[in-house]
Ligand binder design. Structure first.
Ligand code: SAH
Length: 357
């Protein structure tokens, strides 16, 4: 039994079922036993692989996206570049390498990383040794800033805790975590008074996911960008319509039960992009239409960049470049399930036109 499993069982025995959001939050971010706090889950040897870890081109293209916006804004002298949930720091390393010859850009950047795992902060420090970088554990520190802000977030919002509600005859029940007769963790339906904001017309058994943490963090970022000018690019897997249970646990590249080894497998939930659009609309910020990752990367020139890299590559390396591009872009790989989403606000009255959308 993992330390978190016995922690949850004790908690449930004492005080009854716990919410899914509490379960997810501790599984991922418990200071000692949380998944991101106690190991490096990325890459072939780990539990899952993300786009920046598949190919350097991913981060390079985001570097191009950033440099273009910075130019559009008249090359401001000081801007914040914030990455949320940087993992091993690979995306930021690639963004910075790709933009190192953009005159004046690096001098203007105040690089900030929002990361709550000390272990991953250390990996990011090692990867970004050559740069002046500051770490944040909350957005509060940015509230007083006045300079334009560019935010990038790959597979970050999917790691924020969700709740699930199930339609039952009389109304809604919250899917919580309880114990069954064999003393195993199990889903437990608790009647919920929640009605506000729940979609109408669903039949019994259908599930709706909400994420207070995601809404709140994204809403704060929209406010900051609206106030200072700038843009946010989020890339994540998710859907634009529909509903259902998207919570999944992954360990060693395999899907497992969310109750298997709590704290030792990754837990994620798909992004409801329609909800992101609603939150952004409430803040009055400009929104780009959500694009499939494949289309977004092609619009930014992934094929051209791949062909340049292949010119200097051996045969084996060229095959790896081709297969990475396919993996990132093909609709039956990451190209359609993953989506790019962007919100932006003018910088000193200059309206931005983010590339790729
Ligand atoms: N962007 C990286 C890593 C994605 S994994 C990549 O594409 O490879 C999710 C990242 O978000 C990890 O770095 C994790 O530690 C971080 N994270 C998860 N929840 C967080 C939170 N509430 N606050 C800050 N960082 C968080």
């Amino acid at each position: 039994m993992t330390p978190l499993e016995s922690h949850f069982k004790n908690q449930i025995r004492e005080a009854g079922p716990i919410s899914l959001s509490h379960y997810i939050e501790l599984c991922l971010s418990h200071p000692e036993h949380g998944y991101y706090m106690s190991g490096d889950p990325f890459g072939k040897e780990g539990d899952f692989i993300t786009s920046p870890e598949i190919s350097q081109i991913f981060g390079e293209l985001i570097g191009v996206w950033l440099a273009d916006l910075w130019h559009q804004a008249g090359s401001p002298k000081k801007v914040t570049l914030l990455e949320c949930g940087p993992g091993r720091g690979t995306l930021m390393v690639d963004v910075l390498r790709a933009t190192k010859n953009v005159g004046g850009l690096h001098d203007s950047l105040q690089i900030k990383l929002l990361e709550n795992s000390l272990l991953l902060q250390q990996k990011q420090k090692d990867a970004l040794n050559d740069y002046d970088v500051k770490w944040l554990t909350s957005l509060d520190e940015l509230q007083t800033s006045t300079e334009p802000v560019f935010v990038i977030a790959n597979e970050f919002f999917d790691a924020l805790p969700i709740k699930q509600f199930e339609k039952v005859n009389e109304g809604w029940a919250e899917r919580c975590i309880g114990l069954n007769d064999n003393n195993e963790l199990t889903l437990s339906l608790i009647p919920s008074a929640r009605v506000n904001g729940m979609p109408a017309g669903l039949s019994n058994g259908q599930i709706v996911e909400t994420s207070f943490a995601r809404d709140a963090l994204f809403s704060n970022l929209c406010e900051l960008i609206q106030k200072n000018g700038g843009a946010l690019l989020a890339i994540d897997y998710g859907y634009l319509s529909g509903n259902g249970d998207t919570l999944q646990a992954v360990k060693k590249h395999q899907k497992v039960s969310i109750f298997e080894t709590p704290g030792e497998s990754d837990l994620t939930a798909h992004i409801d992009f329609q909800r992101m659009i609603e939150v952004a609309s409430d803040k009055g910020i400009d929104i780009c239409a959500v694009k499939n990752q494949g289309e977004f990367l092609r619009n930014l020139g992934i094929e051209l960049r791949a062909s340049v890299l292949k010119k200097n590559a051996g045969e084996k390396q060229a095959q790896i470049i081709d297969s990475s591009v396919r993996r990132l872009c093909d609709t039956d790989e990451m190209g359609a399930l993953f989506k790019a989403f962007c919100v932006h606000a003018p910088i000193k009255k200059i309206k931005l036109l983010p590339a790729g959308f």
